[in-house]
Ligand binder design. Structure first.
Ligand SMILES: [Zn+2]
Ligand SMILES: [Zn+2]
Length: 359
């Protein structure tokens, strides 16, 4: 497939009913927001997505939170910036995408860690070399149909050789994203992750530095999430609610109130903590020694997770975007590892809201 124009991709997605938001040209990260919304910017002012005026001013701040289906806004965004990529906000699109990775890692030494939530014969597990294999084995075990041929649902080959399988979620259900590249978090299995509510996926046809997200087979419509897969996702902790979220009020911990009405002093404090954490990571690039990157990314993710929980950073998306930028600035070749460290650091950090008196 030729690389399609981003604006055509965005329009196509919107016609499917999927809200879209811009990604950095050739990249997988959302476009940075305005200086007020961008947590790594000196002019950043802590605020929640709900109280941010930028979305009503039709700016693309806060990543997938800005996603839209409005044709006029899509035209405005992408005609002015034709090289931006396209992300789909999976939750509001009522999509669940299973991300089958294809990395060169050796499979877990314990075979049962490949699909730990399921009882699968060892001789099948022994054949697994990547996420595509793992999903086929899961399919076989649960007696499901083979979706990886792209004839029964929208299946998109990723530039790294993995695959995205698209499914329509049943109306009354909300599904969460997987939380771990490692198996300590919520995951369907080894190299098997899920994008749903609170996440985004790179749209079919989008070009990134490593290649194109290319649909395979003939099917261009997501199948309805089949029962066997819904059961497997529920078993692995991906079912968030059996009803659509009511007009979602943000979960505001007590201390966050202080942050949203924060004084200038605490805002300055939060901005400084954020900037220090991010520059610690980004500065690894200028050092010759290769050590310390993991620990610094992890520490920064933990810190920013604490600031998200305390309401100093609008959303986990903003923290993820900024952390990924800093981590890849230092080690451009370690994207997958960065994502995994950032995910687990953010999750851990959010259990401990961070306020000035904690420092
Ligand atoms: Zn903004
Ligand atoms: Zn904002």
């Amino acid at each position: 497939m030729r690389a399609a124009n981003s604006i055509d991709i965005a329009r196509w997605c919107a016609r499917q009913g999927w809200p879209v938001h811009p990604l950095q040209p050739m990249g997988k990260i959302p476009m940075p927001g305005c200086s007020r919304c961008r947590i790594s910017h000196p002019d950043h002012v802590p605020h929640s997505v709900e109280e941010c005026g930028c979305l009503s001013r039709r700016l693309w701040c806060h990543g997938f939170h800005a996603a839209t289906r409005e044709p006029s806004l899509i035209d405005r965004w992408w005609s002015g910036n034709p090289h931006m990529g396209v992300g789909i906000s999976t939750g509001p699109a009522e999509l669940l995408v299973v991300d089958l990775d294809c990395h060169a890692d050796t499979p877990p030494s314990e075979l049962s860690d490949v699909l730990p939530a399921f009882s699968v014969p060892e001789e099948l597990l022994r054949t697994v070399r990547n996420g595509i294999d793992a999903f086929r084995v899961l399919t076989q075990t649960l007696d499901g149909e083979d979706f990886t041929d792209g004839e029964h649902t929208l299946a998109v080959r990723t530039p790294s050789g993995g695959m995205h399988l698209y499914f329509r979620t049943p109306r009354q259900t909300t599904w969460r994203c997987s939380t771990g590249g490692n198996l300590k978090g919520v995951a369907l299995g080894w190299q098997l992750d899920v994008r749903a509510h609170g996440g985004y996926i790179i749209a079919p046809g989008t070009q990134v530095a490593a290649g194109i997200y290319e649909p395979v087979g003939a099917c261009r419509r997501p199948a309805r999430l089949p029962g066997w897969l819904a059961g497997a996702l529920e078993r692995t902790g991906h079912l968030l609610t059996a009803r659509p979220p009511a007009q979602r009020r943000p979960r505001v911990p007590n201390r966050a109130r202080m942050a949203t009405t924060s004084s200038a002093t605490t805002s300055v404090w939060a901005a400084k903590v954020t900037a220090t954490a991010l520059s610690d990571v980004a500065d690894c690039a200028s050092r010759s020694e290769g050590t310390g990157w993991n620990a610094k990314v992890n520490r920064a993710a933990f810190t920013l997770g604490g600031l998200v929980a305390a309401g100093f950073i609008a959303s986990q998306t903003d923290a993820e975007t900024a952390l990924l930028e800093a981590a890849l600035h230092a080690r451009p070749e370690r994207e997958r590892q960065a994502r995994s460290i950032i995910q687990s650091g953010l999750v851990a950090g959010q259990r401990q809201p961070l306020t000035p008196k904690d420092r």
